[in-house]
Design a protein around this ligand. Structure first.
Ligand SMILES: *[C@@H]1O[C@H](CO)[C@@H](O)[C@H](O)[C@H]1NC(C)=O
Ligand SMILES: *[C@@H]1O[C@H](CO)[C@@H](O)[C@H](O)[C@H]1NC(C)=O
Ligand SMILES: *[C@@H]1O[C@H](CO)[C@@H](O)[C@H](O)[C@H]1NC(C)=O
Ligand SMILES: *[C@@H]1O[C@H](CO)[C@@H](O)[C@H](O)[C@H]1NC(C)=O
Ligand SMILES: *[C@@H]1O[C@H](CO)[C@@H](O)[C@H](O)[C@H]1NC(C)=O
Ligand SMILES: *[C@@H]1O[C@H](CO)[C@@H](O)[C@H](O)[C@H]1NC(C)=O
Ligand SMILES: *[C@@H]1O[C@H](CO)[C@@H](O)[C@H](O)[C@H]1NC(C)=O
Ligand SMILES: *[C@@H]1O[C@H](CO)[C@@H](O)[C@H](O)[C@H]1NC(C)=O
Ligand SMILES: *[C@@H]1O[C@H](CO)[C@@H](O)[C@H](O)[C@H]1NC(C)=O
Ligand SMILES: *[C@@H]1O[C@H](CO)[C@@H](O)[C@H](O)[C@H]1NC(C)=O
Ligand SMILES: *[C@@H]1O[C@H](CO)[C@@H](O)[C@H](O)[C@H]1NC(C)=O
Ligand SMILES: *[C@@H]1O[C@H](CO)[C@@H](O)[C@H](O)[C@H]1NC(C)=O
Length: 556
């Protein structure tokens, strides 16, 4: 038995790999086909020939029977179709199967998955499956954990009914980004009472949600965010039935009473209520607030001043309050705030930026765009920042010197302020990870004498920034995709080197409304889609490279 199982494994893995066309160079894979299977697998990173296949990475066998009971091929670069005759289905004793994070190229989930009668854990998330979830999934009555999230799947009412009727052992059900638009929310009733995790994020659920769903006896994680069309008149829920640690809801379903009753969820760590159309002030939540690690109240209509209770939350790592109608200044001092992500974007906040914003040792993302902040940007005390977005405020002064030390910065977005910015080596020479730089609508001057490079830059926006020359560091930005230098005073001929910027990644170029002269620039990227050159003084013929730009969508 052990022997034939072993053969099955090799056969299965070999066939899966051949069918899935692992991204070997084609010359290699041709030579593999004449080799015995194990040697072919040798070349698959850490697989080793000299050991029994049960010891291979990702293969788990029953100690007594040597039957393969677990297969974990997460992120294994598998791609291609899984057909119903795949050798995968020769492993009927599987208990755990994880094929997450591969690319099965819009395969349907074959109904043969229903044959894995012993399966307790099935994970097919993020693997480019599409079509309907087959009803045979409901035959897997031993399933404890089912994760089909982040594919392009559709679940129909009949299948859903069978699934919840038959999978009575389920503890985790994760279907994020599955189209559930034909499932009425009351079908969420009668779910397995052992369920601890129900995640239906972005499932297009619509209609009236009843209280009952929130009251599964063992539920710890409930994520219904991104279902904008859920409705309900949730009143005060009897939260004493709940051990919720993670609650996420979206849609129009809240009474103020319900909102306040969330404070009874004493185990709550993660609270997300984005897009719930909630009005009024942010609740005080004295029972839960100090315990939360994650709070998302973005995209509502919260108004009024920021409550001071929000600024003494030592356990909080993410605070998202963007897209509301909050007013007034930020507190000048806070104690015990150690955030990783802070978003206050798109509110009506005013006053200056207090120094505590720049003194959080682990802060990676700071989004304050679209407010009415004035004054200067402070100096960063730590270097952890990756995303900085202060656009659309009324900030003045220069970019603080400490920005030059933010070695992990990938996005710097300062557009539409009153900043005076010198683009030169002092500021940018260490920002090797910078991918997006948007300084549009400020006053920028360029120091073209200093040599420095932004090797990873993909997006450069310097529109309306009063520059008069091309930034010379662009010569070395081989990954540039998008370039906007429009509405400036750039004069003279377009330098020849501009043609090679972005090799073959450049798709967007906007040089409108400048003072460019001479012949039409020749751009060599084969990926050009948008080219804007109007309102300059270019002369001569339109060059023929434009006829070769096969993806061109707009030429102005
Ligand atoms: C293996 O067999 C032994 C002895 O029959 C038994 O005690 C043990 O529980 C078995 N292990 C598994 C994983 O089935
Ligand atoms: C994916 O499927 C499409 C259509 O079924 C096919 O044209 C394409 O070649 C496939 N790609 C891969 C990598 O298998
Ligand atoms: C599996 O089925 C496909 C078409 O349904 C066929 O082309 C292929 O040869 C079959 N493979 C095996 C191993 O039987
Ligand atoms: C499924 O696999 C993915 C990728 O390894 C992982 O992120 C996810 O947590 C798994 N799902 C479950 C329910 O364990
Ligand atoms: C429920 O599971 C049992 C046992 O696996 C199976 O025989 C039956 O067909 C399933 N029912 C449905 C409706 O899928
Ligand atoms: C979801 O599925 C329904 C059919 O049940 C379909 O009409 C709708 O277009 C799908 N939604 C998306 C976003 O694909
Ligand atoms: C839930 O279960 C009850 C009792 O088994 C049944 O009467 C009801 O129709 C079920 N509700 C749904 C929505 O399936
Ligand atoms: C809430 O639930 C608890 C325990 O399940 C129960 O004892 C109590 O009566 C319920 N309260 C209300 C108002 O339904
Ligand atoms: C904000 O919420 C509304 C529903 O209230 C939704 O339609 C919209 O997509 C949400 N926006 C974002 C960016 O999530
Ligand atoms: C939000 O609620 C107000 C009434 O309070 C309503 O007029 C508005 O249409 C709602 N917005 C959305 C996106 O549902
Ligand atoms: C800030 O906004 C508040 C509330 O709208 C307002 O009362 C205050 O005058 C504003 N302060 C400044 C300096 O504009
Ligand atoms: C930059 O990122 C790397 C990798 O995530 C990390 O090890 C390093 O500590 C970060 N540097 C700073 C200054 O935070």
């Amino acid at each position: 038995m052990g022997r034939s199982t072993w053969k099955y494994q090799v056969f299965f893995l070999f066939c899966l790999i051949l069918h899935s066309q692992l991204p070997f160079p084609s010359s290699l894979s041709t030579s593999f086909s004449s080799m015995p299977p194990c040697s072919a697998l040798l070349h698959f990173t850490s697989w080793q020939e000299d050991k029994h296949c049960c010891t291979w990475d990702g293969v788990e066998c029953d100690k007594n029977t040597s039957l393969v009971v677990g297969l974990d091929l997460t992120s294994s670069w598998l791609y291609g179709n899984i057909l119903s005759n795949s050798t995968l289905f020769f492993l009927p004793n599987l208990r755990r199967l994880n094929l997450a994070d591969n690319a099965f190229n819009d395969s349907l989930i074959p109904s043969e998955f229903g044959n894995f009668k012993s399966l307790t854990h099935l994970n097919l998330s993020y693997s480019v499956f599409s079509g309907q979830i087959p009803f045979e999934i409901s035959q897997l009555s031993s399933l404890v954990s089912l994760d089909l999230s982040k594919n392009e799947l559709l679940v129909k009412a009949l299948v859903w009914k069978r699934v919840i009727g038959n999978l009575t052992q389920l503890r985790e059900l994760i279907l994020d980004s599955t189209n559930m638009s034909s499932i009425r929310p009351n079908f969420l009733m009668n779910l397995s009472s052992s369920l601890t995790t129900l995640s239906l994020h972005y499932c297009d659920l619509q209609g009236q949600l009843e209280n009952n769903i929130l009251c599964l006896p063992s539920i710890q994680t409930l994520d219904l965010t991104g279902n904008w069309n859920l409705e309900g008149s949730l009143l005060k829920s009897n939260w004493s039935c709940s051990s919720l640690k993670f609650l996420g809801l979206s849609g129009r379903m809240f009474s103020r009473e319900f909102l306040n009753s969330i404070d009874n969820l004493k185990s709550l760590k993660h609270l997300a209520l984005p897009g719930c159309n909630i009005t009024g002030s942010i609740p005080a939540w004295p029972g839960i607030l100090t315990k939360l690690t994650y709070l998302d109240l973005s995209n509502n209509s919260f108004s009024g001043l920021l409550p001071s209770s929000l600024f003494n939350l030592p356990n909080l790592s993410t605070l998202l309050l963007g897209y509301n109608q909050l007013v007034g200044p930020l507190p000048s001092h806070v104690s015990g705030l150690n955030l990783i992500v802070l978003s206050l974007s798109s509110n009506f906040l005013n006053g200056t930026l207090p120094s505590w914003l720049f003194s959080m040792p682990s802060l990676e993302s700071l989004y304050l765009y679209g407010n009415q902040f004035v004054g200067e940007i402070g100096e960063f005390k730590y270097n952890s920042l990756k995303y900085l977005n202060l656009g659309y405020n009324k900030l003045h002064g220069s970019i603080p010197r400490s920005v030059s030390r933010l070695v992990n910065l990938t996005t710097l977005y300062l557009s539409s302020n009153n900043l005076s910015i010198m683009l030169g080596s002092e500021m940018f020479s260490k920002l090797k990870n910078l991918e997006t730089l948007d300084l549009s609508n400020n006053s920028v001057s360029i120091n073209n004498n200093a040599a420095y490079a932004l090797p990873n830059l993909q997006y450069l926006y310097l529109a309306y920034s009063n520059i008069s020359e091309f930034p010379i560091f662009l010569r070395l930005t081989t990954n540039l995709q998008s370039l906007d230098l429009s509405n400036n005073r750039i004069y003279g001929q377009v330098p020849r080197w501009l043609g090679d910027v972005g090799n073959n990644s450049l798709y967007y170029v906007d040089l409108r409304n400048n003072l460019l002269q001479g012949p039409f620039p020749i751009l060599n990227s084969s990926n050009l889609q948008f080219m804007f050159f109007s309102n300059n003084k270019l002369t001569g013929e339109i060059p023929s490279f434009i006829c070769n730009a096969i993806y061109l969508a707009v030429l102005d």
